[in-house]
Design a protein around this ligand. Structure first.
Ligand code: NAD
Length: 263
């Protein structure tokens, strides 16, 4: 657990998919740096738990139930944020699903469309509205949560991997379009991280946690959601003022696994 905090007093952070996992850890981290936090997710119970945890720790947060695939929901989400806090300084577009457990030819068409809708269109719908709000206030910082799968594929996640690669391409394009107008836009690429999504994937493919730990990264352990939150907060902050359009792997060296160490 990192103790690094920033001075985000008076700032507002919006985190999608904040009912658990990386999104919850990120919402808690923004709040402990003093930001007002809009916690949003399609899951009400988990979202309210995150909000409660922030308030119990002395922070400020509002939960808004919102489906990132619904333009009306995302409009209402941004409206709530603007009427409650008047601005959106930081946005972390984190909501996603991983629904596949087979190679590509066996993926149902409707599963592929659903994954694309949430993981890609959801980020698009949110970014579009976040950028409009940020332009109106003179700037901001966006961090999209992609995946190491955007950089190194797996055989049983073709559509998921494609959506995450598309998020990286959209991140770079948007950074090109808006950095000169004071909006930095970056992405993180988590490695295997200990969250409800990972637990679901392990149960879908019948994988043991101990086996996943062995192949997860060079440290042979699962990443902690707080380790992703630390990277997201740094990218959000002025400490990363010259960083834009990047995809930061936070994966314990997973991308190096399988490389020949010597000779
Ligand atoms: N856990 C990992 O190993 C791992 C690895 C690489 C990338 N990621 C990425 O990290 C991010 C966070 O994932 P996590 O591991 O914390 O998983 P998670 O399942 O705990 O969190 C994802 C959240 O998104 C929400 N969500 C799903 N569909 C939604 C919708 N239509 N509208 C609004 N919210 C919706 C879920 O309710 C959930 O709370 C995701 O983008 C995921 O792809 C995770």
């Amino acid at each position: 657990m990192t103790d690094l905090t920033y001075n985000f007093a008076g700032k507002t952070a919006l985190v999608t998919g904040a009912a658990g996992g990386i999104g919850r850890a990120t919402a808690l981290a923004y709040a402990s740096s003093g930001a007002n936090v809009i916690v949003t997710d399609i899951q009400t119970e988990g979202g309210e738990e995150t909000t409660h945890a922030i308030k119990t720790a002395g922070g400020e947060a509002i939960f808004v139930r919102s489906d990132v695939t619904s333009p009306d929901d995302v409009d209402a989400l941004i409206d709530t944020c603007m009427s409650a806090y008047g601005r959106i300084d930081f946005a972390c577009n984190n909501a996603a699903v991983e629904l596949e457990d087979t190679a590509l030819a066996d993926v149902k068409d409707e599963t592929a469309r659903r994954v694309m809708d949430i993981n890609f269109m959801g980020v698009f719908l949110c970014m579009k509205r976040e950028i409009s709000a940020m332009l109106g206030q003179g700037g901001g910082s966006i961090v999209n949560v992609a995946s190491m799968n955007a950089l190194r594929s797996r055989a049983d996640s073709a559509v998921y991997d494609g959506t995450k690669a598309a998020v990286l391409a959209m991140t770079r394009s948007a950074a090109l379009g808006y950095t000169a107008r004071n909006i930095r836009i970056n992405a993180v690429c988590p490695g295997v991280t200990d969250t409800p999504m990972l637990a679901l994937k392990m149960s879908m493919v019948g994988a043991e946690r101990s086996m996943i730990e062995q192949v997860a990264n060079l440290e042979k352990r699962l990443g902690r959601p707080e380790e992703l939150a630390a990277a997201i907060l740094w990218l959000s902050s002025d400490a990363a003022s010259l960083v834009t359009g990047h995809a930061l792997p936070v994966e314990g060296g997973y991308l190096l696994t399988g490389a020949i160490p010597n000779g």
